[in-house]
Design a protein around this ligand. Structure first.
Ligand SMILES: NC(=O)C1=CN([C@@H]2O[C@H](COP(=O)(O)OP(=O)(O)OC[C@H]3O[C@@H](n4cnc5c(N)ncnc54)[C@H](OP(=O)(O)O)[C@@H]3O)[C@@H](O)[C@H]2O)C=CC1
Ligand SMILES: N[C@@H](CC=O)C(=O)O
Ligand code: NA
Length: 366
């Protein structure tokens, strides 16, 4: 009897994972997906597909997990592998340790869908191992939300590459947080908040990484640039990129002992960012944090630049990302634009990936 339902295990039920669980609890998705496991960093609830886990109105994942046993990530994967029918591990953490387990899941026949950038931007050996494990075990890996949240950046790239286009340049505003920060902090039309306040707002809106220093030091954008480069077939790693850290070079910020210590020291350095803004303004420009890849030279850069407001990057608003692919077919670049951070837009990409798996698994076995 062909399966029409995919068993889903979600590790990480914070901002993104909780929003995913809430979406998967809606009637429109329950025919296609049964949530058979959820976990945070401490506990895991495993369930039979006949009694899928769902999150009702007003319920919190912490409530569902309160009396669950301790998480053993390998046992979580084995639970998925042993169930009847196709299964997907959805990693909604930012943990490198879980990313290291993707090959283990794939080799047990469990597909992987994730917005976690760590696994695809860290050691090239892990990237290669993931591709090899997926190929050899005929399993699937999708990670659209690792770049531009749910915006169809990687799907478009895959189509461009697969259909034989030649990518000449990829350039973009890849961070929802930094886009929001510089769009509001450099707004020529509205009263601008101090930089540190804009960051707190970005955190409140769910745009930042669990540790906002990962956004400000450029590493989040660098990871996205590496993922795009590798998706293009370039063997780039973080160490190959030139990355501009926007955190002022002072000990209390660069060596802050915790995210909280960093956030409480930042207001003392608002003047640093105001000076940068005023210098750009004096030239009629605004600040934007941009990543670019030149496939011909295999070089990638991530930096804070000044653009006139008439430039497409200069005209961005809110948390918008903008990714421009200049290719042989598209000498005037193919441009993707839209909100690049936040729970709903990230979950859009994760759900779209889950439906990609569903299309292939449930058609294949039918
Ligand atoms: N926010 C956004 O706009 C976007 C986010 N992403 C990515 O989505 C992922 C999740 O982000 P977000 O939901 O904001 O993060 P949160 O910090 O809100 O949630 C993280 C969750 O992962 C759990 N967790 C952390 N480490 C482990 C571990 N080693 N094993 C098991 N569980 C663990 C946490 O558990 P506990 O509560 O117990 O600590 C928590 O449930 C990140 O990789 C992020 O980069 C991607 C695109 C956009
Ligand atoms: N912190 C990230 C979230 C999405 O990847 C960002 O701001 O872009
Ligand atoms: Na995306």
């Amino acid at each position: 009897m062909p399966s029409s339902t995919i068993n889903v295990g979600i590790i990480g039920v914070g901002l993104v994972g909780k929003c995913l669980l809430r979406n998967l609890s809606l009637d429109r998705h329950t025919k296609a997906f049964a949530v058979v496991g959820i976990a945070n960093s401490k506990r895991a609830l495993l369930q039979d597909p006949s009694k899928p886990i769902s999150l009702g109105e007003g319920e919190e994942p912490s409530g569902l997990l309160s009396s669950a046993p301790a998480l053993d990530p390998k046992a979580f994967i084995t639970h998925l592998a042993q169930l009847q029918g196709p299964a997907v591990l959805v990693d909604c953490t930012s943990s490198p340790d879980l990313a290291n387990l993707y090959p283990v899941a794939l080799r047990q026949g469990v597909d992987v869908v994730t917005p976690n950038k760590k696994g695809f931007s860290s050691d090239l050996s892990l990237w290669n191992e993931v591709q090899k494990a997926a190929k050899e075990s005929n399993t699937l890996v999708y990670h659209e939300s690792t770049v531009g949240a749910g915006l169809p950046v990687l799907a478009t790239l895959r189509d461009l590459v697969r259909t034989g286009d030649e990518i000449l340049k990829v350039e973009g505003v890849f961070s929802g947080t930094l886009s929001y920060l510089f769009n509001t902090f450099c707004s020529p039309t509205t009263t601008t908040p101090p930089f540190s306040q804009a960051l707190l707002k970005a955190k409140e809106l769910g745009y930042t990484e669990p540790d906002p220093r990962d956004d400000l030091d450029g590493m989040d954008v660098a990871r996205k640039v590496v993922i795009v480069a590798r998706s293009l077939g370039l063997p780039l790693s973080l160490g190959d990129l030139t990355v501009e850290n926007v955190v002022p070079d002072v000990k209390e910020l660069r060596e802050a002992s915790s995210p909280e210590a960093f956030l409480s020291a930042l207001p003392g350095h608002d003047g640093h960012f105001s000076k940068l803004r005023e210098a750009a303004k004096a030239e009629g420009k605004v600040l934007r944090y941009v990543g670019s890849i030149d496939p011909r030279s295999s070089k990638g850069t991530v930096s804070l630049n000044a653009y006139p407001s008439s430039h497409p990057f200069g005209a961005l608003e809110g948390s918008d990302n903008m990714v421009a692919f200049t290719t042989r077919r598209f000498p005037n670049p193919l441009v993707i634009q839209g909100s690049g951070a936040g729970d709903e837009v990230t979950v859009f990409g994760v759900l779209a990936d889950l439906y990609r798996v569903h299309d292939q698994r449930c058609t294949r076995s039918a």
